[in-house]
Design a protein around this ligand. Structure first.
Ligand code: IMP
Length: 209
């Protein structure tokens, strides 16, 4: 039987204030008080895993051990079937500019173009199926852990469309829709996203009943 969180303080293994706010709002109705690993001065461990599960666990375990409190981490990315699941855990890295590509930082248009270029090299009839994956991992200081995996299936379109969202949203069309995620208003996207799927599973196991 999976261990459950009580009405505890939960450390969110992120240094991103936006992520803390989003996750905090989702868990507040369940009596969980969220604080970020960043506000506790905990270092960010290197994400050396080969899978989303491994990376989420690395982050959750580091935060639980560093704080002595249960910790929650997420890891997410885009997996393209015809590219053998790439960029996968390297989704954010593919947006990182090389020194010859301009000032340091992430360029999402370049990253979307990289994926599109690889698909076009495979030929016009290449399968454009893909999915966004999100893994949520909870780690307790004594080593116990729980993992929840969410996904949303879709296809890649080109050129990018829409101005909402972030990352690869302008090229991702969820299954059964014509619009990209960047053409969905945030509320609508949050209802069907990989993150929503993983959170639904977490809430069902951790807080239901
Ligand atoms: P991480 O989970 O913070 O490591 O982020 C992985 C990367 O996956 C992000 O930087 C985004 O580029 C991409 N990603 C994850 N979720 C989404 C999404 O909902 N829309 C677009 N891109 C996403």
């Amino acid at each position: 039987m999976t261990r459950r969180l009580g009405a505890d303080t939960l450390v969110i293994a992120t240094h991103n204030a936006g992520k803390l706010k989003e996750i905090g709002a989702l868990l507040a109705p369940h009596g969980v008080n969220c604080i970020s690993a960043g506000s506790l001065g905990l270092p960010e461990p290197p994400e050396t895993g080969k899978t989303f599960v491994e990376n989420a666990l690395i982050k959750a375990r580091a935060a639980a051990q560093g704080s002595g409190l249960p910790a929650l981490a997420d890891d997410s990315g885009l997996c393209v079937d015809a590219l053998g699941g790439r960029p996968g855990v390297y989704t954010a890295d593919w947006a990182e500019r090389q020194w010859f590509e301009g000032p340091p930082g992430r360029d999402w248009y370049m990253a979307m173009g990289k994926v599109e270029g690889m698909l076009q090299e495979l030929g016009a009839s290449t399968d454009r199926s893909c999915y966004f994956a999100c893994v949520l991992a909870i780690a307790w200081p004594d080593g116990e852990q729980a993992v929840y995996e969410g996904r949303v299936n879709g296809t890649l379109t080109w050129p990018p469309r829409g101005t909402l969202g972030f990352g690869y949203d302008p090229v991702f069309v969820p299954l059964g829709d014509m619009r990209t995620f960047a053409e969905h208003d945030p509320e609508e996207k949050h209802g069907i996203s990989h993150r929503a799927d993983a959170f639904t599973k977490l809430v069902a196991e951790q807080f239901a009943g």
